[in-house]
Ligand binder design. Structure first.
Ligand code: IPE
Ligand code: IPE
Ligand code: MG
Length: 241
């Protein structure tokens, strides 16, 4: 980011980290190498967010639909997650990052679940940036989960408001994403934050996730800063009539 233009920093950035497979193919490598390269890329992006004062970063790492991929890829992704947590928890603490998980943790293999829970515990007093890891996350599944819980809690229908639904989502207590970034050029939501992203600004780039740099992140924030977020109202600079 250029020093002369202090951009309005989004409180919450969410990223659909897509394109690892295409990156691997372009480099003549197996798909898992693309996932490894994508995971390596996290460090600079997390650092960049912490540096400029982003408070929440949500990373879409594995969707509820990604279980349909070949078993070798799914197993490889689980191993990559475990290795990442083993290797990076100290670094997360050094950066003041607190880890949070969204999605169905209970449906993940026990060793991975324990590692995620341990990492959440170890980082729980960090306050600079909250990293929400969406692993085994699906927006529709999240809404189903919320409705089931409301029914179990005996919530009467007249009490079901948007605020109440917010409190039953995995993201309870987290502000809605201001900016959603999708790498690799796909123009779709792919079941990501479908409730919370109702008024998010989007930045879609052809860059494949392993090649997405901190500089491009800052560029996305500058573009976000120029957007006129109207939330259904009329433009704030054009409301005199
Ligand atoms: C994103 O990269 C990571 C996951 C969905 C797990 P992809 O694996 O979807 O990469 P492409 O879309 O095949 O290039
Ligand atoms: C979305 O990417 C999920 C993640 C990045 C984790 P996909 O590659 O799974 O999405 P589709 O299948 O192209 O919509
Ligand atoms: Mg993809």
């Amino acid at each position: 980011m250029t020093k002369k233009t202090p951009a309005k920093i989004p409180a919450h950035i969410a990223i659909i980290m897509d394109g690892n497979g295409r990156w691997a193919k372009a480099h003549g490598l197996p798909r898992l190498e693309g996932h490894r390269a994508g995971t390596e890329n996290l460090r600079q992006i997390i650092k960049g967010c912490a540096e400029i004062g982003v408070q929440h970063l949500t990373l879409y790492a594995f969707s509820t639909e990604n279980w349909s991929r070949p078993k070798t890829e799914v197993d490889g992704l689980l191993t990559i997650l475990e290795t990442y947590l083993d290797k990076e928890v100290d670094e997360l603490c050094a950066e003041g990052v607190r880890l949070h998980h969204i999605g169905r943790l209970e449906a993940m293999p026990e060793s991975v679940r324990k590692k995620v829970e341990h990492s959440i515990e170890v980082t729980c007093s960090n306050t600079k940036l909250i990293l929400h890891l969406a692993w085994n996350y699906g927006g529709r599944d999240e809404i189903v989960h919320a409705i089931q819980k409301m029914i179990r809690d005996g919530i009467p229908s007249k009490d079901v408001t948007e605020e109440l639904v917010d409190r039953y989502l995995f993201t309870a207590g987290t502000p809605d994403p201001d900016l959603i970034i999708r790498t690799s050029g796909e123009m779709r939501v792919s079941n990501f934050l479908i409730w919370q992203g109702a008024y998010a600004e989007w930045y879609v780039t052809p860059t494949l996730w392993p090649d997405f740099t901190k500089e491009e992140l800052f560029k996305a924030i500058e573009i976000y800063d120029q957007r006129d977020r109207r939330f259904g109202n009329i433009s704030s600079s054009n409301n005199e009539n």
